[in-house]
Design a binder for this molecule. Structure first.
Ligand code: SF4
Length: 486
């Protein structure tokens, strides 16, 4: 069955009913549980937009495999234009949700695995690419959501996968059978895990030759026997899914991605769903391509979120009567400048994208790392400016119960009012939204999602071609190139 609408998507999640725990209890319906429902609604918007006449051009694509119209979140990028549409789609969804909508992780996994399986087959004569395309056609035709499962626990980080005292610290093949493989291990921080249909397992890092059991790529349903998910606790836990409250922040969409630990307890995966089986030399390129695609995204999705945050701050200053002050306008200008700088990187990554041997397009990897690295700084600076302009009442504001209390409510409404004729509820709602978008989990996600800052610095130095830059300087300074160390 093809999932066309958001309600098809929700129903399919109820039918799947994966094994999910949260705060020590089983969640039996992720579409209705207050901890997970906002994240489901954010992801559901990827289904809604694909049916909307105004957004269909961005939110759908034509499959190069079948010629059929598919949800863009299942598409393999065939051109720079596809990459550009992705950035625009992510910004749009960020604007509409003010939140992570999660579906990009699997999309980036699909694109990375597609190009790498092609190259493995070219070298080894395997048939991973055919298997992967067959699986992907199902994903496209049924419009399924995929969680890209990359990050392993890693145990003692001074040791590689095969040297760990506990061999389960990286997902590994326990057994190879005639009909498939048996997996054990776990993946952490799995964005959208509890509300996806399929898990696409990928290695977390480049593997050495002795780590063949850890060099595994495969796909399995989220409700496969032996799969358990534990949904993460977040800073805004008690403010989610409470749409009638004025102090919930972003009650519809939660404001951040919903992440889970996924444990694989001797899980069987048939061969037709295995897309890498020990080819360690391809783990590095796979991780690299996935990371590049996902890092490029941040200039799209986070810019959309920042559009919301900047709008929230601008509105708050207006209803507080400070919007005409020169320093307020200057700080808003700075916020816009930083957000658009992030967007520029994402656009540049797409425009400078190039085809891989498989034909799938890959973003410019240097610019993707630069863009994500800037996100880890600019999002924080924009949040700092937002808090500066919003004022200290963000931290001291009483709750909804106090505002609606018979005796104390009228005082609060009087003393928290802003300019004339604006209901005090507007000021509270917008303040709580700013609070939700500048706090705890949101900023951690910007820092570490798609890789921590140091991971980008490693890639920038590796790709920065210092030797060529030295030669440029030597040529202008009239220094013979032989005086270089190299
Ligand atoms: Fe997509 Fe952005 Fe969320 Fe990553 S952080 S899954 S790119 S919305």
């Amino acid at each position: 069955m093809t999932l066309r609408t958001a309600s098809d998507y929700m129903k399919s999640l109820r039918d799947l009913n994966p094994l999910v725990y949260y705060q020590g209890r089983r969640i039996t319906d992720v579409t209705r549980h207050p901890a997970t429902a906002p994240h489901v609604r954010a992801a559901a918007l990827t289904y809604t937009l694909a049916n909307h006449p105004r957004y269909r051009n961005l939110a759908t694509a034509v499959s190069h495999l079948t010629g059929r119209t598919i949800n863009r979140f299942t598409h393999v990028h065939q051109s720079g234009e596809d990459l550009l549409k992705k950035v625009k789609l992510l910004r749009l969804l960020g604007q509409k949700t003010g939140s992570c909508f999660q579906r990009c992780v699997g999309w980036d996994g699909i694109n990375a695995v597609y190009s790498v399986t092609y190259e493995i087959d070219q070298k080894h004569g395997t048939d991973y690419f055919q298997r992967f395309k067959k699986w992907l056609v199902q994903i496209q035709d049924q419009n399924l959501m995929v969680v890209g499962a990359m990050t392993d626990p890693k145990g003692d980080r001074s040791k590689g996968p095969a040297q760990q005292p506990d061999p389960d610290q990286y997902v590994r093949i326990m057994e190879r059978r005639a009909d498939g493989v048996v997996l054990r291990g776990a993946k952490l921080h799995m964005t959208g895990g509890v509300n996806s249909h399929e898990i696409l397992i990928m290695p977390t890092t480049a593997m050495e030759a002795g780590a063949a059991d850890y060099a595994v790529v495969c796909a399995l349903p989220v409700n496969a026997p032996g799969v358990t998910m534990i949904f993460g606790r977040q800073a805004n836990d008690h403010r989610k899914d409470n749409r009638e409250r004025i102090d919930a922040g972003n009650p519809t969409f939660g404001g951040v991605g919903g992440e889970a630990v996924i444990v694989f307890e001797d899980v069987f995966v048939p061969w037709e769903r295995v897309f890498m089986n020990g080819e360690t030399e391809f783990t590095g390129p796979l991780v690299y391509r996935f990371a590049a695609h996902h890092r490029a995204n941040y200039g799209g999705c986070k810019t959309g979120l920042l559009d919301v945050l900047i709008g929230a701050v601008a509105y708050l200053t207006r209803i507080q009567g400070t919007d005409r002050a020169a320093h307020v306008r200057d700080k808003l200008t700075e916020m816009i400048h930083l957000a658009e700088t992030l967007y520029s990187s994402a656009v540049a990554c797409a425009v400078e994208g190039r085809p891989t041997p498989s034909g799938a397009f890959l973003v410019d990897t240097m610019l993707a790392n630069v863009g994500k690295h800037n996100t880890t700084r600019f999002h924080f600076e924009i949040a700092r400016l937002a808090l500066d302009l919003a004022g200290g009442f963000l931290a001291t504001l009483p709750s909804q119960h106090d505002f609606t209390h018979e005796r104390i409510g009228p005082w609060l409404k009087k003393y928290f009012s802003g300019v004339n004729r604006i209901p005090v509820e507007d000021r509270v709602k917008i303040a709580r939204l700013i609070e939700a978008m500048t706090g705890g989990t949101t900023l951690v996600e910007s820092m570490h999602g798609a890789g921590s800052p140091q991971a980008q610095r490693v890639m920038m130095l590796r790709e920065g071609n210092l030797e060529q830059k030295i030669k440029l300087a030597q040529a202008l300074a009239r220094i013979p190139p032989t005086r270089s160390r190299e």
